[in-house]
Design a binder for this molecule. Sequence first.
Ligand SMILES: *[C@@H]1O[C@H](CO)[C@@H](O)[C@H](O)[C@H]1NC(C)=O
Ligand SMILES: *[C@@H]1O[C@H](CO)[C@@H](O)[C@H](O)[C@H]1NC(C)=O
Ligand SMILES: *[C@@H]1O[C@H](CO)[C@@H](O)[C@H](O)[C@H]1NC(C)=O
Length: 467
Amino acid sequence: MRINNLCKKLITTLHCNTRSRCCVMSWSLLGCILLLHLYSIIQQKHEEGVEFQFNVNHPHPLSHFHELQQVEKENFQIPPPNKKRLHQSKSITPLVDEFLDEHSPLRHVVFFPDKTSAVDPMKSKGNDSYYYYPGRVWLDTDGNPIQAHGGGILFDENSNTYYWYGEYKDGLTYFAHKNKGPARVDIIGVGCYSSKDLWTWKKEGIVLAAEKTNKTHDLHKSNVLERPKVIYNKKTKKYVMWMHIDSANYAKASVGIALSDTPIGPFEYLGSRRPHGYQSRDMTIFKDEDNVAYLIYSSEQNNVMHIGPLTEDYLNVTSVMTRIFVGQRREAPAMFKHKGTYYMVTSGCTGWAPNEALVHTSESILGTWETIGNPCVGGNKMFRVSTFLAQSTFVLPLTKFPGLFIFMADRWNPSELRDSRYVWLPLIVDGSDDQALEYGFGYTLWPRVSIYWHKKWKLPMGWNTFK
Ligand SMILES: *[C@@H]1O[C@H](CO)[C@@H](O)[C@H](O)[C@H]1NC(C)=O
Ligand SMILES: *[C@@H]1O[C@H](CO)[C@@H](O)[C@H](O)[C@H]1NC(C)=O
Ligand SMILES: *[C@@H]1O[C@H](CO)[C@@H](O)[C@H](O)[C@H]1NC(C)=O
C-alpha cells in the first residue's frame, strides 16, 4: 500500500515537470523501480531494528514456553546389528530396526521402559506432579495403564472437563492372517478417560463397545475400529463420534459414526459409510471456530488425503470435498488452528513402524495446503526422522497460551499392541511465517511449527483457565 502511494506520487510529480508524455512514462517507471528497491532495503533494516529492540525491551510473547523450547539431546548408543537384521532392514534408520527388534536390549530400557517407571498420578507427590514422561507406562486413577490409543481429546465446556477417547486395546495381539499381515487386537471398544488437569485420568469406561456375536455388524470384534474422535454439536446438544471402521483385511475402508447425549456415553452406533463414495482409512475430525466441522481422511489407497465439511448435525459429509497432498501418501492426520491459519501434522504410511512426521499449512481449510517440513526438534537425528518413534494422533490447543499445543502421538508396540505408549510433547507455533529460523545446531528448521523432544516436561504454570 505504502509503496504504491509512493509510486503514484513519484509519477505525478514527474508528470508535472516534464513535457514529453512518453519520456515521463519511462522515467517514472525507472524511478519507481529504483525507489522500490531502496524502500525494500530500508524496510529490511527497519524490521531488523524493530526486532532487535523488541527482544531487548519486551519479553517475547512466548517466553512462558522458553523452558519447553530448550533442545534436549538423546545420546544412547545403538548396538551393532546382527547380520540377519542388516539383511532384512527396510527402515529409514538403524534406530527403527532396533526399535522393532523384540530382542533389543535398548527396547526395554529406552523405548518401552517397564512398569516400575510408570507415571502414577495417584502416587506422585509435590515436585514430581504433572510431569509427562513420553514413552513410559501411564496409569489411570485406578492404577491401570491408560487404554486410549489413536485417540483424541474433547474439552467439554459444559463440565469444564477434558475427555480422552481412544482405542481400548487391552487384548491379545495376533496376526490377521496366519503369522502374516498386520498385527491386530480384536475390537474391544472406545475407551474414555476424564481429567481436569490433563495428567490425572479417571477411567469412564468403554463408551462404545464391540459386538460379540453378530458377525455382520461393523463393530464385530473381528473387524477394525481405529482413531475415534469426538466433537460436541451445540445445536443438537449431542456428542458425535467419528472413527475408522474396517474389515480385518482393511478392504472395507469406511468411517463409522456414533452419537451420545453425554460425553461418557454410551454412544449409539449409527453405521458406517464411504465418505463421498471414496475409501477412508486413517482419519480425524476438526471443529472450526465457526462450529463447522470437517472430516479429514486418507483415501485412494492412502495416496491422497480428502477433506470436506460435515452437515450441520455432524452426522454426514456434504457434497463438498477437496483432494490434498495428492500422491504424498500421508496418514494419521492431526489438525489444529493458530491465528486463523490451519495446520496439520501427518505421518507416512509404514504400518506400525514409525516414520517422519510432516507439517502442512493452509490459510483456508479446504486448501491450498503447503507442506512445510518435519516439525521435530531435539533428541537426535534418528529420533527426529521417526517422530520420536511415534505417530501423530491429535494436537490439543491450550487456550490460555495461544501458540502452545500438546502434540499427542502413539508409540506403537506391534508385538504387544496393548502396551503401546503415549508420546505427548509440547508443540509450539512461533516465528515469522516466511523465514526459516537458524537454531545454530547445524540444521535449519521451519519455525512455524516445532515439536520439542523432552524426556520429562510439564505445562507452564497457569495454563489451566478453569481450575
Ligand atoms: C520442590 O522444589 C522446590 C523449588 O525448586 C524446592 O525448594 C523443594 O525442596 C522441592 N521439594 C521436594 C520435595 O523436592
Ligand atoms: C447384525 O448386524 C446387522 C448390521 O448392523 C443388522 O442389520 C442385523 O439386524 C443384525 N442381526 C441381529 C441378529 O441382530
Ligand atoms: C449422506 O450424504 C450423502 C451425500 O451428500 C447422501 O447421498 C447420503 O444419503 C447421506 N446419508 C445419510 C445417512 O444421510
